[in-house]
Design a protein around this ligand. Structure first.
Ligand code: SF4
Ligand code: SF4
Length: 481
């Protein structure tokens, strides 16, 4: 493969077409302080780029390569492009940036690569460079600003959700759909409208208490991140997380003043914003003396486990960030680690488990959620075909790249339908919204896996569609929240 990769344009060349026919490297503009056209602030590392041996094993698992079959929309192609920028043979023009905007950051390539290429670290370096050196068009810039003025701010999101509730109750959505008026909206706004989940008024006022005592003898002290989208649209997941941890002997602390962890900003290259949020999150949780910081959002957990790396340059924060990251665990990891103490009641049903990319690929957490679900008697857990392929949610990707996201969403739900589940479980609110949107009205119910464990412990049916849960052989623990 190396032989037929394009050679970079020689310095001084006005630019040439490579063998893939769609990149025109311009001669190095040469940023004074960094290699090639990168600046000196954490450019993609040459050694990491050189780890790629161009074998192509990652290609079939890359969603954008699966969609378009284009080399430059594959991990190998994107690594090659970073190399060209590093050599000064390509610049941050629209064409190059497009290949990185379309990357979902799903990290399926990291899982697939036999050479251990750290594409996650490469992308984490590349995206902030793009944001610093590429001028986006006004429409793109404005939409991104809108997204980031809303989603990482739970209070604003809650206000927007009240508006969404009024919209849903007004009957307007049906009217607009029947008149095909929604079709006239720009694709990104259509995506925003279609991803809005059914909003319940009680979710908008639900806030967990600051402390919930362990049931029985305490065996761990934990603090829980409540998330931004999770807090507003999936407060039931947070309540289930807190109840389950407490039922399993954890004293649970929930910092009331916590903000956004910075994951959405980090995944889109908005580094200064992400670092500010990381510092704030560390400072907030440091006030609580806990063994573990529990996360029930895959995207947040993967970023919080990286704080130590993200803040490595900052003398005041590097050590604190590393200590913080060392304590972060997904809720499924914690519950799989703890020998079950609370008796489980049966749930008869077939659950399709979808591995959220930021849990499976980015954090390598695949066994724990399955082990946790396996503690529920009667529940059959089935894997999906093409499980490694992203559902198209990927943080705010389904808002920024709605067409590619919709193609992936449709592919995912075809795989979900093929296993004929009674319900679907996945540990990320973005995946829940995306899969629900594409499953449509006939969707089997979608849940976070911890909601199933919670329902099993409490002896209630997780869903009206499932058969009634038979009485427990042993009394279930009391509700704790
Ligand atoms: S990233 Fe890994 S799997 Fe993909 S081409 Fe490079 S070495 Fe091969
Ligand atoms: S992160 Fe996902 S979309 Fe991006 S190159 Fe890797 S596999 Fe492809």
């Amino acid at each position: 493969m190396t032989d037929h990769l394009a050679q970079p344009a020689p310095a001084g060349d006005a630019g040439s077409e490579d063998i893939f026919g769609h990149l025109h490297p311009s001669a190095g503009e040469g940023r004074a302080d960094g290699p090639g056209n990168f600046d000196a602030h954490h450019p993609p590392d040459k050694e990491l780029l050189d780890d790629c041996v161009h074998c192509g094993f990652c290609l079939p698992t890359c969603p954008t390569y699966a969609l378009w079959g284009e080399e430059m929309d594959s991990p190998r192609g994107r690594i090659y492009l970073m190399d060209l920028v590093r050599e000064g043979s390509a610049s941050f023009d629209d064409q190059l940036v497009r290949h990185f905007d379309t990357c979902l950051g799903c990290m399926a390539c990291v899982t697939a690569c036999p050479s251990g290429v750290q594409y996650d670290k490469l992308l984490e370096s590349m995206r902030p460079q793009i944001e610093r050196h590429h001028e986006r068009g006004w429409a793109d810039r404005t939409f991104r600003e809108l997204v980031f003025a809303l989603f990482p701010h739970p209070r604003r999101l809650r206000l927007a959700a009240i508006g969404g509730l009024a919209y849903q109750r007004s009957g307007l959505p049906g009217l607009l759909r029947r008149g095909r008026l929604l079709d006239r909206l720009p694709a990104r706004l259509r995506a925003l409208e279609s991803l809005l989940p059914p909003i319940r008024a009680r979710d908008l006022v639900a806030d967990p208490p600051e402390r919930v005592a362990a049931v029985g003898t305490p065996r761990r002290k934990v603090a829980v991140l409540t998330g931004c989208v999770q807090r507003v649209f999936f407060s039931g997941v947070n309540a289930a997380t807190v109840r389950t941890l407490a039922a399993e002997g954890c004293e649970v602390l929930i910092p009331p003043d916590q903000g956004c962890c910075g994951a959405l900003s980090m995944h889109t290259g908005r580094e200064p914003e992400a670092l500010t949020r990381a510092r704030d999150t560390i400072a907030t949780f440091e006030r609580y003396d806990v063994d573990t910081i529990v996360v029930n959002v895959a995207g947040c957990g993967s970023t919080m486990k990286e704080y130590g790396t993200l803040l490595r340059d900052e003398p005041d924060w590097a050590e604190r960030a590393a200590a913080f990251s060392a304590k972060v665990r997904d809720v499924t990891e914690v519950l799989a680690e703890l020998e079950p103490r609370a008796p489980r009641n049966p749930i008869e049903g077939r659950v399709a488990y979808h591995d959220a990319c930021h849990l499976g690929h980015a954090q390598g957490v695949r066994t724990a959620p399955r082990a946790m679900l396996a503690t529920i008697p009667g529940l059959e857990v089935v894997d999906l075909p093409e499980a490694e392929l992203c559902c198209g949610s990927a943080g705010v990707y389904n808002l920024l790249e709605p067409d590619a996201a919709a193609d992936l969403g449709r592919r995912k739900v075809a795989n979900v339908r093929s296993v004929q589940p009674d319900l679907v479980a996945t540990a990320n609110p973005g995946c829940l919204l995306q899969i629900r949107r594409h499953l449509g009205d006939e969707a089997p119910p979608l849940l976070h896996p911890v909601e199933l464990v919670d329902a099993s412990i409490r002896g209630v049916s997780p869903l009206p569609l499932l058969p009634p849960v038979p009485p427990a052989p042993v009394a279930a623990p009391q509700d704790v929240a």
